[in-house]
Design a protein around this ligand. Sequence first.
Ligand code: PLP
Length: 392
Amino acid sequence: MKERKSIFTEVVHADHDISQNHGALSVPVYNASVFAFDDVDEGADIHNYKTPGYFYGRLGNPTTAALEKTVTKLENGDSSLAFASGMAAVSAAIISLTASGDHIIALDSMYSTVSNLLKHLAESFGLKVTFVDATDPANYKSAVSKNTRVIWIETPSNPLLNITDISAITNIAKSDGIITIADNTLASPFNQNPLDLGVDLVVHSATKYLGGHSDLSAGVLVGNEELIRKIYNKGVKLTGGAISPQVAWLVLRGIKTLALRMQQHNDNAYALAYMLQSHAKVEAVYYPGLEGHKNHEVAKTQMRGFGGMVSFDVGGEMEAKRFINGLEVCANATSLGGVETIVQHSASMTHATLSNAEREKAGISDGLIRMSVGIEGKDDLIHDLENSLSKL
Ligand code: PLP
């Protein structure tokens, strides 16, 4: 059993051994992509992974390693890899763990660039993909075939905050030797640890809550040594989506306040969702912390908090646009997980690449607003939303 401290402590102290860096409390940024050796034998040993060390920036850097160590701790894994974006992490995992003819089961309502990547790999590289309604584990079970290699989970999902029962899925997968990968971006390790529920690999768009300040792009994978080594040897070495050390440092700095930020994101999001659910101009609210949410009971068993994302439907495209244009505190932008509250019209932004039929199947209506609730004062946010809704 690994020793676990409070996440409030781990976010501050997990990154490095200060004795290695002259006592510097902040991990230094190693602005280096090339590392020299004392002699040829040492060079060969490091190059061939017989001795730990660094030799080339795309394949490792001490600042990046500090970030990997931190996220490994926060997700209670064995090992991690950091990438230049969430999509670099996602694509490295998929291309490393699957081959032509293998089958992946994913969600019919999820972050659209991941579903578009799976469709591209199916059309051009012979991957087999089945998209299922992930709110019922029975759908995953009935989609399993003898060549199923990976089950993809995203919970809460983007943008509808659907909840998948992680333990139910890992039980299905384990009995058939299938790898489970969970995108934990929306929950963050503060609210949920999928590895503790039997998942094999966790992915994060660190662009979001881990970075937390809308100022960088990054991604991370966390899992057991064997899977991480496989992904390093294929996805990392062959496609080169390495994070820069400067960005790795920025993510590390963001993580120091992850727990404090998430506490406020959780509180604010609950308050806004609670207000919206009884507002006359709002037709539906999607937030796993509300008792009326379809999978609230499952969310309660696997999440410590319900996160900072709230989606809601104001009836139609015209209402959605008028509502967003009428906001004064909240910004109209894509992305999520930053300190500022951001709203977007998903049908015309992140999910515009889906066909109308796919959008309908994914439940992304024309009136849907996705809101990444920030850490501002709760009353200011409530006032901003109520003020804009009153003009509809
Ligand atoms: N996974 C989820 C759930 C996301 O929302 C996103 C981006 O929005 C990604 C992965 C991709 O991350 P990135 O934009 O850092 O490549």
